[in-house]
Write a protein that binds this ligand. Structure first.
Ligand code: ADP
Ligand code: 5GP
Length: 189
């Protein structure tokens, strides 16, 4: 039997730089796969179905939950997001390591599920910087940004549940810190 892959859970308030950092980690570790979540959020400019997310409607999302196909799911900023149970279980059984980019509610569900995992929380340097990044990203309305900032405070309070906390201030430094964690945890150091 192949040895089990490692499960990495990465959470952060929206805009802290999780997508940017995870992209760098995936580029560096070819053996890592990204778990593509399902969401009822509409696609942003440049996002592709089946690459960034599986975009779906609320009825279909409910069916996935009712059929037990979600390993975890949560309502985040008024949309539903969830992780495919089959993708995670099959990858780990095949010995493949995977990254889940999920919110704190989902992260805590997986921590409570008994699955072995390595968890990383990405922090912005401050709420002011977070607001600037969300505004500069230019993908969300002012109202959506306000909601994300409100949520950020609650999420940051839960960072102590995570194995590692990485502050994304200078991008290059944060990439190096994060990659070092992956290197050590995957036994490649
Ligand atoms: P998240 O996935 O956590 O919502 P993104 O990766 O989309 O966040 O980053 C939010 C915005 O901040 C993007 O425009 C990104 O280019 C920018 N960004 C990410 N990390 C940094 C950093 N260390 N310094 C400055 N800007 C950053
Ligand atoms: P965004 O809309 O900016 O892509 O993501 C918003 C939030 O939803 C982020 O915190 C992201 O990590 C989280 N998210 C994305 N996919 C999932 C998922 O499958 N489950 C959970 N619980 N959260 C997710």
């Amino acid at each position: 039997m192949a040895s089990q892959g490692k499960l990495f859970v990465v959470s952060a308030p929206s805009g802290a730089g999780k997508t940017t950092l995870i992209r760098e980690v995936l580029a560096r570790f070819g053996e890592l796969s990204y778990s593509i979540s399902h969401t009822t959020r509409p696609p942003r400019k440049g996002e592709t179905h089946g690459k960034d997310y599986f975009f779906t409607d609320e009825d279909r999302f409910r069916d996935l939950i009712d059929d037990g196909l979600m390993l975890e799911w949560a309502r985040v900023h008024e949309n539903y997001y969830g992780t495919s149970r089959a993708f995670v279980e099959e990858s780990l059984e095949k010995g493949k390591s995977i990254i889940l980019d999920i919110d704190v509610q989902g992260g805590r569900q997986i921590m409570d599920s008994g699955l072995a995992l390595v968890s990383v929380f990405i922090m912005p340097p401050s709420l002011e910087v977070l607001e600037k990044r969300l505004t500069a990203r230019n993908t969300d309305s002012e109202e959506v940004i306000r909601k994300r900032l409100d949520n950020a405070r609650d999420e940051m309070e839960q960072r102590s549940f995570y194995d590692h906390v990485v502050v994304n201030d200078l991008l290059d430094e944060a990439v190096e810190t994060l990659c070092r964690i992956f290197e050590v945890e995957m036994g490649a150091a």
